[in-house]
Design a protein. Structure first.
Lengths: 633, 74
């Protein structure tokens, strides 16, 4: 029988006993028995008739609490809730409030049960979110298929993955094609197609028939192990509010206990009425239990991290959730982050001569492997380059001669050196100059394409009050056009990697208190920048060790809008954390205050205090579970 | 050296925080985190330390706070 079931049975039997005794001694002629109990008339059988049912119910409900409390006396842990509850209920007995002692213990246990149930439930739902661990692997060894644990797979071994099975290690398809569901890794629900030669990430689920794959990495180096490791260790980086609350609990409990002592002794010395004041002091003890406070905060963070991982966002710790939720500065790298990182022909000037310009350029560039030449050829595939002799002049361009034509294709200097006149221009991006037979034809503008949702992402960030900055190693005109299209507030161009670090350090040095600086990059060359910023976010870094290592937040798919999702999760988590802290603290403060002035005993006495302890904890846990729900954008 | 333990019957969040604080004070332990929600303890021990001895101390610290809690090495 599970622990919870056992507790439930105990609570039910204790409750029946308690309810029977309570009804009998409140609403029947047996009512008079209470006087014997209150007068401690131990010689009278009616004393026992009154006390024993309550005592039995009390022990059934709370024997483990009492046992732990006594054990604590020997280990010196007098501030733990078992001890406090025991003192409070023993005190009630001493005041001959047998019904109250019993009821409070019962109610406390009900609350504890709820709490343990709620924690268990949330633990399960978080665990389900992170259920990406492959259970086994089918390896072909000596021509036979054997099932081993993923840890035993060696690199280079051939594996078989059947439909519905999880990919155990990072691998490459060698036979068969199909598609995998990687949503638990990336949050992207569209299946990913693969065919022979394509890499498949561990943790994804094979949706199609059996495929043969070759292991590329051992399990512990595979993506799935890295992700699991990261999420499980997320608790080691605690948020400030989490540290605050555990620290607060350390002082809160002793303070309230001292308050209880003072309340139980000082006022009655002057005014008398010991019983009333001691009762109030006991109520204080019940409220002094710290658990409701302590549980709600880490649970919220854990839920937030779990919910984010479902959306393909790995957050390495509660502290980063805290920083992400702050207003502040978002610094973007340009190439590969705001832009695709692939060069493309953006424009051709003048437009009416485009086909002629492109034909000439394609002929000239047909022999070149330069990235710019490649992007021209991709845009305008060469059709007839026969009969031309090509001369490449390093750092300048290409000269193509043949069929009675001389084509020049290269940079501005190339034109000047060859005496070609061209109109002055101010194009953003890299301009390729094309001339034929000494006459200028036009320009081809090569630029990096901006990501489709870059502008929307930047706009949303600005709307929520964040400053946006773009840093790039590229030249100023190219930077300007991307900055304008994306809508960032500021940009700096011509930066070397170390300049980016100092630029971010500058922003951090000048930020207002309570703000955070978040750097977003592709995680490849920007490890130093990622580590100096308050939150280093790398995008599309799935499968890249360096990115996972260096960054604090990893967006598993290359989608800028994940930043908005991450921020929304962070803001929501922080809101829930704050709600929980304020709710728990204010309920406890209110009950303490009402108790001190004597109102609590009019509206439920210690029962109300128990609610302030466990009831609040349960409500806070339920509230914390809302962090798991992530709306996808 | 890093070790991860599953903690059985860890029943209260405040106790988890207390265990974490106490274990961090043990000589030979460079870092310890207790995660109440996943019921796990991560211990990072100094390489020079005699881990068997350190572990004894860790176990004692855990038992002091939660007598019913056992550590299972993962």
């Amino acid at each position: 029988m599970s622990k919870n079931r056992k507790t439930l049975l105990r609570i039910i039997s204790a409750f029946i006993l308690f309810a029977a005794a309570f009804t009998a001694f409140r609403f029947t002629p047996l009512k008079s028995y209470e006087e014997y109990a209150a007068g401690w008339k131990v010689a009278d059988y009616r004393f026992y008739a009154y006390v024993l049912p309550y005592l039995a119910a009390y022990l059934i409900a709370g024997y483990d609490v009492i046992k732990k409390a006594f054990r604590n006396i020997f280990t010196g842990r007098l501030m733990d809730e078992n001890f406090l509850m025991t003192v409070a209920t023993f005190g009630a007995v001493a005041l001959t409030d047998f019904a109250e002692a019993c009821g409070v213990m019962l109610f406390y246990q009900v609350g504890e049960l709820f709490q343990s149930y709620a924690v268990g439930k949330s633990r399960k739902s978080i665990a389900a979110l992170m259920d990406i661990r492959p259970m086994s692997a089918r390896v072909i060894r000596n021509g036979e298929e054997v099932t081993v644990s993923p840890e035993e797979v060696e690199t280079g071994e051939i594996l078989v993955i059947r439909a519905g099975e999880r990919v155990p290690v990072d691998c490459v398809a060698v036979e068969g094609r199909g598609s995998v569901d990687a949503s638990s890794l990336t949050g992207e629900f569209l299946p990913r197609d693969f065919s022979e030669g394509d890499e498949i990430l561990s943790g994804a689920i094979n949706l199609t028939g059996a495929v043969k794959v070759k292991a590329l990495k051992k399990y512990e180096d595979s993506t799935v192990a890295k992700i699991l490791d990261m999420v499980e260790n997320a608790s080691s980086r605690k948020a400030k509010s989490e540290n605050f609350i555990t620290k607060f609990a350390r002082y809160y409990t002793p303070a309230v206990v001292i308050g209880a002592l003072a309340l139980g002794i000082i006022p009655p010395v002057f005014t008398g009425g010991w019983a009333v004041w001691i009762k109030r002091a006991l109520t204080f003890l019940v409220v002094s239990c710290p658990c409701a406070l302590v549980i709600s905060v880490p649970l919220s963070f854990f839920g937030g991290i779990g919910g984010a991982s479902r959306a393909g966002i790995l957050i390495k710790g509660g502290n980063y959730i805290e920083s992400l939720a702050k207003k502040g500065t978002f610094v973007f790298d340009k190439t590969g982050t705001l832009t695709m990182g692939a060069f493309e022909v953006a424009e051709v000037y003048p437009v009416d001569k485009a086909s002629e310009i492109l034909r000439a350029a394609a002929i000239a560039e047909s022999g070149s492997l330069h990235p710019i030449a490649q992007s021209v050829l991709k845009y305008a595939p060469v059709t007839d380059a026969d009969g031309y002799s090509l001369t490449e002049i390093a750092g300048r361009g290409v000269k193509a001669e043949g069929r009675g034509e001389i084509i020049l294709c290269g940079n501005r200097e190339f034109m000047i050196e060859n005496g070609v006149d061209f109109p002055s221009d101010n194009h953003a991006g890299t301009a390729v100059y094309v001339a034929k037979n000494g006459g200028f034809l036009g320009n081809i503008i090569i630029s990096d394409k901006i990501k489709p949702n870059a502008a929307q992402t930047v706009c949303e960030l600005k709307k929520s009050g964040c400053r946006t900055v773009m840093l790039t190693g590229d030249n100023a005109p190219a930077a300007r056009i991307v900055a304008e299209k994306a809508g960032v507030d500021e940009y700096s161009a011509n930066l070397l990697p170390q300049d980016k670090v100092s630029a971010v350090e500058n922003i951090i040095a000048t930020k207002k208190p309570g703000e955070a600086v978040c750097f977003v990059g592709d995680g490849i060359n920007d490890a130093p920048v990622l580590s100096v910023s308050d939150v280093g976010v790398s995008m599309g870094g799935i499968g890249s060790d360096a990115a996972i290592e260096a960054s604090d937040v990893v967006l598993m798919h290359d989608d800028l809008s994940s930043i908005i999702t991450a921020r929304r999760i962070a803001v929501k988590t922080m809101r829930i954390v704050r709600q929980n802290v304020i709710f728990a603290l204010s309920v406890k403060a209110a009950v303490l205050l009402l108790t001190a002035v004597g109102i609590t005993e009019l509206i439920g006495g210690m029962w109300l205090a128990v609610f302030a302890d466990v009831g609040v904890a349960v409500l806070a846990i339920l509230n914390a579970m809302r962090t798991l729900k992530v709306k996808k954008q | 050296m890093k070790k991860t333990y599953k903690m059985t019957d860890l029943c209260c969040a405040n106790c988890a925080a207390e265990i974490e604080r106490d274990v961090n004070k043990i000589e030979g332990v460079s870092a310890c985190t207790v995660n109440f929600i996943s019921q796990k303890m991560n211990v990072e021990a100094d390489d020079g330390a005699d881990y068997a001895k350190v572990y004894k101390k860790i176990e004692k610290a855990v038992k002091r706070v939660e007598p019913d809690c056992d550590l299972v090495l993962l």
